[in-house]
Write a protein that binds this ligand. Structure first.
Ligand code: HAM
Length: 420
C-alpha cells in the first residue's frame, strides 16, 4: 500500500500548534472587533481574473498561481491572498461604506518551500473600503501594531512608504526604467530580467551586486504629487501622535502591483532568515475600479500567521494554550460509570476524558497521567457498591473519597484550590 505524505510546502498542523493557531486568530478577532471590523469569509478559489489584478508582472501572478480549468471549463485559481477577493465581494454586494472587514485563513502560492515560506500559508488581515482619510491609514497600521503587542512581540519594526497616486507611480516607474537601463550592465542577471517586467521590483533586490546601483536610484519622494505628499505627511503625523514608531523606507515597493500611496511592512528582527517580513499592506485605491466597481479607495494589511508564530518562538512569547482536559475518569468496572460521569462533568463545563476497551487499572492510571489532567476520578467495584468515587489529585497524589452525586462540586472545588 502507498503511504502518502503532505505535498511540498504544506503541512499538518497538529496539537498543540493547531490550538495556538486558533488562539492567534481569536486574539486577532478581538482586536479587529474592538475597532469595528466585521468578519468576512471569502471563497478559497475564484475566477482567475480576480487575481490577475494583482499585477501581470508580479511573481504571485506569473509564477506562483495555483490556477486550473474546472470541470465546467472555468479558469479558476486558489486565492494567493484575500485583498482582491474582498474587493470583488465589495463590487458584488455593494455594502454601505466605510466597509470594514477582517479575515483569517489559508492562501496558496507556488513558491519554493523553506522555513517560513509555504505553498499553503495562513494570514489574518483587515480591509477598509470607501475611505480616503490618512487618519484611517494610521488606524489600520496601529491595529496591526496593537495585535503584535497583544501577542507579546517586541522585536517588530515598521517601515512605511508612499508610492504616490497612479500617475506618480507611473512617472517614477519610467524614471527608474531609464536609470536602471543606463546601469544595466552593473545589475545582476536576475535584476535585468526583473527590469524588463517591472522596474520598481528591482529596488527590492537583496543581491549584493545590485546594491550600489539601487543606492543611486531616483527616490519616490521626488515624484509624489502635492496631494499624495500631504496624505503621507498626515499619515506620519498621525502615527507619531498614536505613539507608533516607524521608519520611512523609500525602497519599500511590496510584491503586488495594486498599491497606491501608503505602503507598509512589518519585519521581525528576532528572525534571521529570508522570511523576516511578518506582515504588510497599504492603499490600493484603484483596485475596486479595476474589478468593475465604482472608484473606491481601499486600504488594508495581511499578517502571515506562520511567520508571526516563528517570530513568537524566537521571542519566547505567545505559547500554545493548554489543551489538556481537567479530569480523567478511571473505571475498572466495565466503563459505563465513566460514560455517565464524563457526561455529567462535561455538561457542567468541566473537560473530561477517559479510557476505553476495558483496560487495566494500571493502564488507565497511566493514560490519566499522560492526558495532563489535574484530577483522576476512580470508580472500582467497592466504589460502585458504596455509591462513591475516589478523587485523586494527579499532581500531589492525595486522594479522598466523595459521594457519587458530589462529583461536580468536589472537582470544581479541588480545581479552584489548585488554581486552575
Ligand atoms: P503579502 O506581503 O504578499 O501581502 O503577504 C502578507 C504576509 O503574508 C507576508 O508579510 C508574509 O508574512 C505572509 N506570507 C506571504 N507569502 C507567504 C508564504 N509563501 N509563506 C508564508 N507566509 C507568507 C498580501 O498578501 C496583501 N494581500 C496584503 C494587503 C492587504 N495589502 C492590502 N491589504
Amino acid at each position: 500500500m502507498t503511504a502518502f505524505s503532505t505535498s511540498p510546502g504544506t503541512r499538518d498542523i497538529l496539537a498543540p500548534d493547531s490550538e495556538r493557531w486558533r488562539a492567534f486568530q481569536n486574539v486577532f478577532a478581538e482586536v479587529a472587533l474592538a475597532s469595528g471590523y466585521r468578519y468576512i469569509i471569502p471563497p478559497m478559489f475564484e475566477d482567475l481574473g480576480v487575481f490577475l489584478r494583482l499585477g501581470e508582472a508580479t511573481d504571485v501572478v506569473t509564477k506562483e498561481m495555483y490556477d486550473f480549468e474546472d470541470k465546467g471549463g472555468r479558469r479558476i485559481a486558489l486565492r494567493p491572498e484575500q485583498t482582491a477577493s474582498v474587493c470583488r465581494a465589495f463590487v458584488e454586494h455593494r455594502p454601505v461604506t466605510p466597509w470594514k472587514v477582517w479575515y483569517a485563513g489559508p492562501n496558496f502560492r507556488y513558491e519554493k518551500p523553506q522555513q517560513g515560506r509555504y505553498r499553503q500559508f495562513d494570514q489574518v488581515g483587515v480591509e477598509v473600503l470607501g475611505v480616503d482619510d490618512p487618519h484611517l491609514d494610521a488606524e489600520v497600521i496601529a491595529l496591526a501594531d496593537e495585535f503584535y503587542r497583544r501577542l507579546g512581540l517586541r522585536k517588530v519594526e515598521l517601515a512605511i512608504n508612499s508610492l504616490g497616486d497612479a500617475g506618480d507611480r507611473q512617472r517614477y516607474a519610467d524614471a527608474l526604467q531609464a536609470y536602471f537601463t543606463a546601469h544595466k550592465a552593473s545589475l545582476s542577471a536576475e535584476s535585468q530580467t526583473t527590469l524588463a517586467k517591472n522596474p520598481l521590483r528591482v529596488l527590492d533586490s537583496k543581491r549584493k551586486e545590485d546594491q550600489s546601483v539601487i543606492a543611486g536610484a531616483p527616490k519616490i519622494e521626488e515624484f509624489l504629487s502635492p496631494a499624495a505628499s500631504e496624505h503621507f505627511a498626515e499619515v506620519k503625523r498621525s502615527l507619531t501622535g498614536l505613539g507608533v514608531s516607524f521608519t520611512v523606507n523609500e525602497r519599500l515597493v511590496r510584491g503586488l502591483d495594486y498599491y497606491r500611496r501608503t505602503t507598509f511592512e512589518f519585519v521581525s528582527t528576532a528572525l534571521t532568515a529570508a522570511h523576516t517580513a511578518i506582515g504588510g499592506g497599504g492603499r490600493y485605491d484603484g483596485l475596486v475600479e479595476e474589478l468593475g466597481g465604482p472608484a473606491t479607495p481601499g486600504i488594508g494589511f495581511a499578517l502571515g500567521l506562520d511567520r508571526t508564530l516563528l517570530a513568537c518562538d524566537a521571542e519566547g512569547v505567545f505559547p500554545a494554550p493548554n489543551g489538556d482536559v481537567s479530569v480523567f475518569v478511571v473505571d475498572t468496572t466495565g466503563g459505563s460509570h465513566a460514560t455517565r460521569l464524563c457526561r455529567v462533568l462535561r455538561g457542567a463545563g468541566i473537560s473530561a476524558d477517559r479510557a476505553f476497551d476495558g483496560r487495566s487499572m494500571k493502564a488507565q492510571m497511566k493514560a490519566a497521567d499522560r492526558s495532563g489532567a489535574k484530577i483522576a476520578l476512580i470508580v472500582g467495584t467497592n466504589e460502585v457498591e458504596s455509591g462513591s468515587i475516589v478523587m485523586r489529585s494527579l499532581s500531589s497524589g492525595e486522594q479522598t473519597t466523595i459521594a457519587h452525586g458530589d462529583a461536580v462540586s468536589a472537582v470544581t472545588q479541588l480545581l479552584a484550590n489548585q488554581g486552575s
